[in-house]
Design a protein. Structure first.
Length: 430
C-alpha cells in the first residue's frame, strides 16, 4: 500500500510541493490526525511526544488558512523559548513563502526595535510570551485580529511560569478564532487551561506505536562523584559518535564542564540562559555543522533544540524529573535515526534515579547499569504513556544495542532525516 500524502489530507499543491522539496512526502501520525481538523476549522488539542512532527502538524494547515490579504498579524504561535520560536520560523518559512505569507519570530534577548518593525509586517507571528507582552505594551503589535492561535509546548510554557502572561495574551486575541494547543501531556493544569482557551476542540492523543522515532538505547553507568568527568571524557572519545548533547543542572555547571573538557582537548560549547542570543545561535550553528560536536546544555536552554545527527545524549547530571529525562533523551533519535541516551548516576543518586524512572519500562537497562529496577508491575501498566520513550522494535537480544536497520551510530558530522542542511538560519524574520 502506498503511504498517504499531504495532498490526501487536503493540503494545497504549492505547500505539498514545498515540503516535497525538503524530502517530506508522507505525513507523520500526528500530522494525519491534526491537519484535516484544522483545515475544517476545528479547535484542536494534541498530545504527542517530542520528535513526532508537531510543528508541521500546526504549521501546514496554518499557512493554508491564512491569506496574504489578511491583516498582519492574523496568526500567532506561542512557544516557550527563543530557540524554539526561531526553529519554528525556520521550519515554516518555506511553506509560508510558498503562499506569499510573511512570518517573523519575536523573543527576548534580541533587539526589540528591529523585531517590532518586522513583527508589524508579518502575517504569522511566532513569539515567546514575555517579549510579545513587551511589544503589545509598546503598541507595536495588536492581537485583536488574530484568528488562528497556536500554543506549542503548552506544558512547558506553564512549567516556566508563563501562565499569567499567556492568559492575558489569549484574552487579547479575537474571540472568533481557532485555537490549537500542543503539549506532551494534557493532564493536570494543561488540561484545565486547554478547556478555557479552546471551544469544542477535537482531541488527539496519539500512541507511541505510531511514532516515527528511531530506537533509543538507554544506558546507565554508576560513577563516583569524582569519576564523572573521566567517564564523560571516555564516552566523548568513542569513535562511533556523532553530535553529542550533554546535560547539566546549572548554568555555572555548564561553563565549568566546558572548561574542564577543554583541558583534555575536548572542544565543547555551553548553551544556557546567560548566553546572549548571538552566542546561542553561534553555538547551535557550530554544533549543527559539526564544528563543535559537543554541546553542554541546561534543560531550559536545550528545549526545542532539534538537530539531526545527535547520536548521543549524556545526562552528566541526572534530570530532576521523569519528564525531563524523556525530554532530554528525546533530543536524539530524531526522525527515524537511532541514538544512545547515557545517564551518569553517582552512588548517592542510585535510589533516587531508579525511583524517578519507574514506569518507563527501563528495568532491564537500569539493571545492566547496576541500578535496581522499578518493579515489573509499574512497567506493564505505564510503559508507553505520554512522554515515555519509545520502545517499539526492541526485543531483548544483544547487549542493548539498537536493533533498527542500519542502526550503527552515525559518524561525526553525519546527517540524517529529511531536513539535513536546512535547519536554522539565524535570521528571525522571513
Ligand atoms: P515535535 O515538535 O513533535 O518535537 P518536530 O515538528 O520538531 O517534532 O519534528 C521532528 C523532526 O521530524 C524535524 O526534523 C522535522 O523536520 C521532521 N519531520 C516532521 N514531519 C516530517 C515528515 N512528515 N516526514 C519527514 N520528516 C518530518
Ligand atoms: Mg515541537
Amino acid at each position: 500500500m502506498k503511504d498517504a500524502t499531504f495532498a490526501d489530507l487536503g493540503v494545497s499543491e504549492v505547500v505539498a510541493g514545498e515540503l516535497s522539496q525538503r524530502g517530506i512526502d508522507s505525513p507523520f501520525a500526528v500530522q494525519s490526525l491534526v491537519i484535516p481538523d484544522v483545515l475544517a476549522g476545528h479547535d484542536v488539542l494534541a498530545q504527542s511526544p517530542t520528535g513526532s512532527g508537531k510543528t508541521l502538524a500546526f504549521g501546514v494547515p496554518l499557512v493554508e488558512r491564512i491569506k496574504d490579504s489578511d491583516p498582519r498579524p492574523s496568526a500567532l504561535v506561542l512557544a516557550p523559548t527563543r530557540e524554539l520560536a526561531s526553529q519554528i520560523v525556520d521550519d515554516l518559512r518555506g511553506i509560508a513563502h510558498a503562499r506569499a505569507l510573511s512570518i517573523a519570530a519575536v523573543y527576548g534577548g534580541a533587539g526589540i526595535v528591529k523585531q517590532a518593525r518586522l513583527a508589524g509586517k508579518a502575517h504569522i507571528l511566532v513569539a515567546t510570551p514575555g517579549r510579545l507582552m513587551d511589544l503589545i505594551e509598546r503598541r507595536d503589535v495588536s492581537l485583536s485580529r488574530i484568528k488562528l492561535l497556536v500554543l506549542d509546548e503548552a506544558d512547558r510554557m506553564l512549567d516556566m511560569g508563563f501562565r499569567p502572561v499567556v492568559d492575558k495574551i489569549v484574552k487579547m486575541c479575537a474571540r472568533e478564532r481557532q485555537t490549537l494547543l500542543f503539549s506532551a501531556t494534557l493532564q493536570g493544569e494543561v488540561g484545565k487551561v486547554a478547556k478555557v482557551y479552546t471551544s469544542n476542540p477535537r482531541r488527539h492523543e496519539h500512541a507511541h506505536s505510531q511514532e516515527r522515532k528511531g530506537d533509543v538505547e538507554h544506558r546507565f553507568a554508576k560513577v563516583t562523584h569524582d569519576g564523572k568527568v573521566t567517564r564523560l571524557i571516555a564516552e566523548l572519545n568513542e569513535a562511533e559518535r556523532g553530535l553529542t548533547l550533554v546535560f547539566v543542572r546549572t548554568k555555572r555547571g555548564a561553563d565549568r564542564l566546558v572548561k574542564r573538557l577543554a583541558k583534555t582537548n575536548v572542544r565543547a560549547a555551553a548553551m544556557h540562559g546567560d548566553k546572549s542570543q548571538g552566542q546561542r545561535e553561534r553555538a547551535l550553528a557550530n554544533f549543527e555543522a559539526g564544528v563543535v560536536d559537543t554541546l553542554v546544555a541546561t534543560d531550559v536552554a536545550a528545549r526545542g533544540i532539534d538537530v539531526a545527527g545527535i547520536t548521543h545524549v549524556i545526562n552528566y547530571d541526572i534530570p530532576a524529573t521523569r519528564e525531563d529525562y524523556v525530554h532530554r533523551i528525546g533530543r536524539t533519535a530524531r526522525a527515524g535515526a537511532s541514538g544512545v541516551g547515557l545517564t551518569l548516576v553517582t552512588h548517592e543518586q542510585v535510589r533516587e534515579t531508579a525511583g524517578m524512572l519507574r514506569g518507563l519500562g527501563l528495568d532491564r537497562e537500569l539493571a545492566q547499569g547496576g541500578l535496581p529496577g522499578g518493579g515489573s508491575g509499574a512497567r506493564q501498566e505505564q510503559a508507553g504513556r505520554d512522554g515515555s520513550p519509545q520502545r517499539g522494535g526492541r526485543r531483548g537480544g544483544g547487549r542493548g544495542r539498537p536493533q533498527a536497520a542500519g542502526a550503527a551510530p552515525r559518524r561525526k558530522g553525519a546527517r540524517n532525516g529529511a531536513s539535513a542542511g536546512k535547519r536554522r538560519s539565524s535570521s528571525s524574520v522571513a
